[in-house]
Design a protein around this ligand. Structure first.
Ligand code: ADP
Ligand code: MG
Length: 321
């Protein structure tokens, strides 16, 4: 199969929306934003042996490549609309491409997103997705908007993906059932788009957790020039994990593990009820795990009434450390 055949057969003429003026096939795509909306752009790259193991299935790979990008739109409170996919592929193997594309377009369809362009070259399995979303003008959930006194919330359960990864790396032991639950989160994270949009008028700052809860909260603190207190025992987890892991491991995978693709956000206290309604409306559990403070730094303690600070050896993942 040639590069042209691949584009024609697999990429062109998939789901389109009426805002696409020009899709795949020209030098560039054209989209027309709705009036009253801002466009929101992000891009995330995934490399073999860095972001995924070589033996990953094409279905899981396509999911992850796309889900991590959709998650960035969720974190801004944006509605994901269009993606560009750049792929380096060692060969154009039909069976592999067929499986990859089925999963890729399946997830796109779930969120009403269209593929509008990209690039294909021979390479050592590398993917870059650029995603574009729409946001009601001026409403984005930015990292620099946290205020002293805000509650800190997270969605879903944290630490499952990191537990699965560490189990694969033989750093911990999990029963097959617990491992399987955790591995699903590692391989098939579900971006929290509905929640992001539901909290647009309530939350101050937000971001998605990709590199570790502590580190990612740190980005909000730095951007907003505030501090925070986090209550480790409040961080939502899979109960079985607390039994399977040492307390130290549990803390590390939960607070500094990463790959969760849940949202962490801050909101004023008087929004608690409205946030619970947003959580129900978006069918996404949320948990209050701390407060924004004026200390200028992140303090982790076991529980609200505890004053003994927990020191973490690492706050999260950094590609260059
Ligand atoms: P150019 O030579 O201008 O870079 P290409 O031949 O690379 O154009 O691509 C032709 C068309 O196919 C373009 O519209 C491009 O956006 C699209 N395309 C190429 N690769 C991909 C891909 N992996 N995913 C989506 N669209 C793609
Ligand atoms: Mg090109």
């Amino acid at each position: 199969m040639t590069e042209f055949d691949f584009i024609q057969k697999y990429l062109k003429n998939q789901q389109q929306d009426h805002q696409i003026v020009l899709g795949i096939g020209d030098d560039a795509a054209i989209v027309r934003p709705r009036s009253g909306f801002d466009l929101c752009f992000s891009s995330d790259m995934l490399l073999k042996n860095r972001h995924f193991f070589e033996n990953i299935t094409p279905e899981n790979l396509a999911w992850k490549v796309l889900a991590v990008n959709i998650s960035d739109m969720a974190a801004m409170g944006a509605e994901p609309k269009w993606v560009l996919l750049s792929a380096g592929l060692p060969e154009l193997a039909e069976d592999w491409l067929h499986r990859f594309c089925n999963s890729f377009f399946g997830l796109l369809q779930r969120f009403g997103i269209s593929l509008i362009g990209g690039d294909t070259t021979r390479g050592d399995l590398v993917f870059n997705v650029t995603i574009i979303g729409e946001l009601p003008q001026g409403k984005a959930l930015r990292r620099d908007a946290a205020k002293v006194g805000d509650d800190i919330w997270v969605s879903g359960k944290i630490g499952l993906a990191a537990s699965a990864l560490n189990c694969l790396l033989k750093q911990c032991d999990l029963s097959p059932e617990v491992f399987q639950q955790c591995e699903t989160e590692l391989l098939r994270p579900m971006p929290r788009v509905a929640l992001g949009q539901a909290i647009l008028d309530l939350a101050h700052a937000a971001q998605d957790i990709s590199d570790g809860l502590a580190q990612d909260i740190g980005h909000i603190l730095t951007a907003s020039n505030v501090g925070a207190e986090i209550w480790a025992e409040q961080v939502p987890t899979l109960p079985e994990l607390k039994e399977s892991l040492s307390h130290e491991q549990w803390l590390k995978y939960t607070l500094a593990g990463g790959d969760d693709y849940e949202l962490v956000f801050t909101a004023p206290e008087n929004c608690r009820e409205a946030l619970q309604a947003a959580s129900q409306q978006s069918d996404t559990p949320i948990t209050r795990i701390g407060k924004i403070t004026d200390s200028g730094r992140l303090k982790v303690v076991n529980s609200v009434s505890d004053d003994v600070e927990i020191t973490l050896t690492s706050l999260g993942f950094d590609h260059f450390v």
